[in-house]
Design a protein around this ligand. Structure first.
Ligand code: 2NL
Length: 344
């Protein structure tokens, strides 16, 4: 019996040493030390032994069990250690690898320019007013001293929806509506940015849809010199402190007198180049004193109140500021163009 136990022990230890993984070790444990294993069987047969033999064999069984268990534990620990090491190797992070760049968007250049202009006028005490893009004929034309039959409201030039409703051709109707809300009391001091629509063929300098920014100041004692001061500040802030402005006589139905406003060329400083067509000056906007008819139709007493107004195309300002040579770039969404304006 003693030999049988020694034999079993050697056999078990040999198998434990040859085991390839934790699962095999578990199987060996069950096979040799389990209830149905050979060692348990030997113990069951101990009843047949004599009283002298019993403790001797019992002792041997305990030693054999202890030795097999020790060997098993040793091997389990070895496999577990190997498993941890493999896992660590697999999950190594190389912190020196370069990071992956996140694609970030940026403002559309037109949005950036409109916001810059808004901020500038907000800083001078103006507020921002908005209104509908689908507008009534009355606010788009009539209230701006453009009565029926006026050449500027030709069907050819506007997108009409019904006889009485059209896509606004300028943002002036927003100003007419805002003045109306003031019930004849000043001051009104607003800028109106927004999309406008004109039935026109698109080319490098014309777009059937564009962004207009208009400004309006109505109060007692508003004079042309106030307009000039505001526009000079705008020009310098937008195109550089070295800029000068000049006003040339012009005509708009809603202002009298009307002017065209030029800035000294920011390319050549005024000496003459291709951008300013050798004149030293670049036109940036139109303006004037609000026509008395417009004030009266909006409910203001034109003997008591005067006002100035101006209007500019945001695309034109952006083109001059960033040297863009074709207005269509703003609307064709070529990312090669748009990406150049990150963080403006
Ligand atoms: C231009 C010129 C201009 C105005 C817009 C205006 C508005 C009211 C009353 C009087 Cl409610 N005037 N707006 C005045 C002068 C010029 O725009 O070239 N825009 C692109």
């Amino acid at each position: 019996m003693k030999e049988r136990l020694e034999q079993l022990k050697l056999e078990a230890i040999e198998k434990v040493e040859a085991a390839a993984n934790l699962k095999e070790l578990q199987d060996i444990k069950v096979a040799y030390l389990g209830k149905k294993g050979p060692i348990t069987e030997v113990m069951r047969g101990m009843g047949k032994l004599s009283a002298e033999e019993r403790p001797v064999v019992g002792q041997i069984v305990n030693v054999v069990r202890a030795e097999i268990t020790a060997k098993l534990d040793e091997m389990v620990a070895k496999f577990e250690q190997a498993e941890v090491e493999a896992k660590l190797r697999e999950e190594t992070i190389d912190v020196t690898l370069p990071g992956r760049k996140v694609n970030t968007g940026n403002h559309h250049p037109l949005t950036a320019v409109v916001e810059e202009i808004e901020d500038l006028f907000l800083g001078m005490g103006f507020t921002i007013a908005e209104g509908p893009e689908v507008e009534q004929d009355y606010y788009n034309f009539e209230a701006l001293n453009l009565p029926k039959g006026h050449p500027a409201r030709d069907m050819q030039d506007s997108f009409y929806i019904t006889e009485d409703i059209l896509l606004r051709t300028h943002t002036s109707p927003v100003q007419a509506r805002t003045m109306g809300k003031h019930e004849g009391k000043g001051p009104v001091k607003i800028i109106c940015p927004g999309s406008v629509y004109r039935r026109d063929s698109d080319d490098a300098t014309h777009s059937h849809q564009f962004m207009q920014i208009e400004g309006l100041l109505v109060d007692e004692n508003v004079r042309m010199s106030d307009l000039k001061g505001i526009l000079e500040t705008f020009a310098k802030k937008m195109f550089g402190e070295e800029r000068d402005i000049r006003l040339r006589p012009s005509f708009f139905p809603f202002t009298e007198p009307s002017v065209e406003v030029d800035i000294s060329c920011m390319m050549c400083g005024g000496s003459g180049c291709n951008v300013c067509k050798k004149t030293g000056w670049i036109e940036i906007l139109g303006a004037g004193m609000v026509h008395p008819n417009v004030l009266e139709m909006a409910g203001f007493d034109s003997k008591k109140y005067t006002g100035f107004a101006f209007g500019m195309g945001a695309e034109r300002i952006a083109m001059l500021k960033y040297g863009v040579d074709d207005i269509r770039h703003f609307y064709t969404n070529d990312t090669r163009f748009l990406k150049q304006f990150g963080r403006v």
